[in-house]
Design a protein around this ligand. Structure first.
Ligand SMILES: Nc1ncnc2c1ncn2[C@@H]1O[C@H](COP(=O)(O)OP(=O)(O)OP(=O)(O)O)[C@@H](O)[C@H]1O
Ligand SMILES: [Mg+2]
Length: 522
């Protein structure tokens, strides 16, 4: 007897429909049956045989000895993951007339089985739900832990189940076993959008660094902080999402899909409402950062999509890990080549990095003695390659505020006030870049756009030339300065980039200065 169930596999951040055909044929009384799964399954699917048999037996369902053939179609795509356990199990039961097949064509079914017959969460429920609706399915049956992420999709009945038995009973028409989870996605999203439990007002003093953060947020510029331990670098980086424009519904859907495919959404969680903030440790593997090669999984760069990737102790990351960042920073997507073909994940993030100025951490600190030689300091800095530094528009030096002063200071400006200025500056950029596809903010300007939108007048150009010579700035600093100056002008509501905007922008190129290791004070 044959049965046919509908399910789906994930590729990148979209889903591909998979039809599961199950055929059973009885064997002789003494011969144990065997199960064969064909259609390019990976090892985790091949293992499902043991899980399915145990789950069935522990659910009190017995079958006669039989040979089972499972075909996963289309046969030319490699399927991976544990989500096919449930549909295969249901298919076997249906082929044995234990589950009615009349509803099969209306539902997509997915779920991993535990040995006791309960269901475990799967990865990618959201993109699968999107595909199910697109293909006109009436509903989707997933493990209960995945129900909220899938229920984000409207006009699709999403049923969350906790055991295989429940799914059987539901398909057999037993009333009140499963109920669709209904979520008013828009209302839920806007009710919780941009709720952060941290705020910039908690950062006391540090006005110049906050200003740098505001400029970075306004123009979408990557930023690196250089400063001694305890200066508040991590504290401020964490607060960057709170001054970025709120996540739009479309952005949220993209980001949530990535987290869904990575299996990072907590049970009971629907759309992500805050911009992600990812801070992988410097020992992170290249796969952890970029994404999986043997197991298709988005990495940290993609989990930070539409948010912030914070690399603390920047110089401690391996050279290879840092070099990986170059393509994603440029293309805003990452392509991963695997034995089974390539996958692509979006990864448009703001990079915030932090580092100490020297190996001991105290170069230029007025309160501590630095024990490093100029040679050590420049060697330390050279750990970051020029091409990577090229992609970071704002370099920002930071000093610790002494504790005695910290306690006397007033709370700073709240994130909401800073965010308003950021939003206003972004609006100007949106209008400016309307004719240019894929360009949304000043940080993304091409060389040609720079001439068009940020060309300094003759006097400013003279000043810039002089400053570059005096500070021994490398040539690559030039276009960075113009980009940042364009953002500073936008915050000020100025149509033209003026010399004061350029003067401020010059101050954000410290790491390009040829005399970094020779200065007495940073
Ligand atoms: N300007 C500040 N306002 C309020 N609190 C501050 C400020 N600077 C530092 N702190 C306090 O000091 C703690 C340490 O700051 P943080 O961890 O951000 O420092 P850091 O620069 O990242 O240091 P490290 O280099 O050791 O990682 C913060 O959690 C905060 O409590
Ligand atoms: Mg820190």
């Amino acid at each position: 007897m044959l049965s046919k169930i509908y399910s789906a596999a994930v590729s990148g951040i979209s889903a591909i429909p998979v039809t599961i055909e199950v055929n059973v044929s009885p064997t002789g009384r003494e011969t144990a049956g065997r199960m064969v799964i064909v259609g390019l399954p990976d090892n985790s699917i091949k293992e499902s045989q043991s899980r399915i048999e145990a789950a069935r037996a522990n659910s009190g369902l017995s079958l006669p000895p039989q040979n089972v053939t499972v075909n996963l179609a289309p046969g030319d795509i490699r399927k991976e993951g544990t989500g096919f356990d449930l549909p295969i199990a249901i298919g076997i039961l249906a082929a044995n007339f234990m589950v009615a097949q009349d509803k099969f064509s209306r539902f997509m079914i997915l779920g991993e089985l535990s040995l006791d017959g309960s269901l475990q969460p799967i990865r990618g429920a959201l993109p699968i739900a999107i595909k199910a609706r697109e293909l006109g399915y009436e509903g989707l049956i997933v493990p209960q832990q995945n129900v909220y992420e899938a229920a984000v999709v409207n006009k699709l009945k999403v049923y969350g189940a906790t055991t295989m038995q429940q799914v059987m009973d539901f398909l057999n028409g037993i009333p009140d076993v499963l109920h669709p989870t209904v979520v008013d996605t828009r209302a839920e999203f806007y009710a919780h959008q941009g709720e952060y439990d941290i705020d910039f007002s908690e950062v006391r003093g540090q006005e110049s660094v906050k200003r740098a953060f505001e400029i970075a947020a306004a123009g979408g510029h990557n930023l690196i902080m250089v400063g001694p331990p305890g200066a508040g670098k991590s504290m401020m980086a964490r607060r960057l999402p709170t001054i970025l424009p709120p996540l739009s519904l479309a952005e949220s859907l993209e980001t949530t899909q990535i987290h869904s495919v990575a299996g990072q959404l907590k049970s009971g969680m629907g759309l992500i409402t805050e911009r992600p903030f990812r801070s992988p440790h410097h020992t992170v593997s290249q796969v952890g950062l970029a994404g999986g090669t043997s197991q298709a999984k988005p990495g940290e760069v993609s989990l930070a999509h539409n948010g912030v990737l914070f690399l603390d102790e920047f110089t401690e990351f391996s050279r290879a890990s840092l070099e990986i960042l170059r393509q994603p920073l440029e293309d805003r997507k990452i392509t991963i080549t695997r034995a089974q073909g390539t996958v692509e994940y979006p990864c448009s993030f703001m990079l915030v990095a932090s580092m100490n100025p020297c190996p001991c951490g105290y170069y230029g600190d007025p309160y501590h003695h630095c024990t490093c030689s100029p040679g050590q300091i420049s060697r330390y800095l050279s750990k970051i390659s020029g091409p990577l530094l090229d992609r970071i528009d704002i370099h920002c030096e930071i000093q610790a505020v002494p504790f005695a002063e910290l306690s006397k200071m007033q709370p700073g400006e709240p994130s909401s006030a800073i965010r308003e200025r950021v939003i206003a500056a972004r609006k100007i950029q949106e209008d400016r870049f309307k004719p240019y596809k894929g360009i949304h903010c000043n940080a993304q300007m091409t060389e040609r756009m720079l001439h068009q939108f940020a060309e300094p007048d003759a006097a400013s150009l003279d000043m810039l030339r002089m400053a570059m010579e005096k500070l021994k700035l490398s040539a690559r600093a030039y276009s960075r300065i113009l980009k940042v100056a364009r953002t500073i002008a936008d915050i000020a509501g100025s149509e033209k980039v003026e010399s004061m905007h350029i003067a401020e922008a010059i101050g954000y190129r410290n790491l390009d200065r040829g005399d970094w290791a020779e200065r007495g004070v940073v």
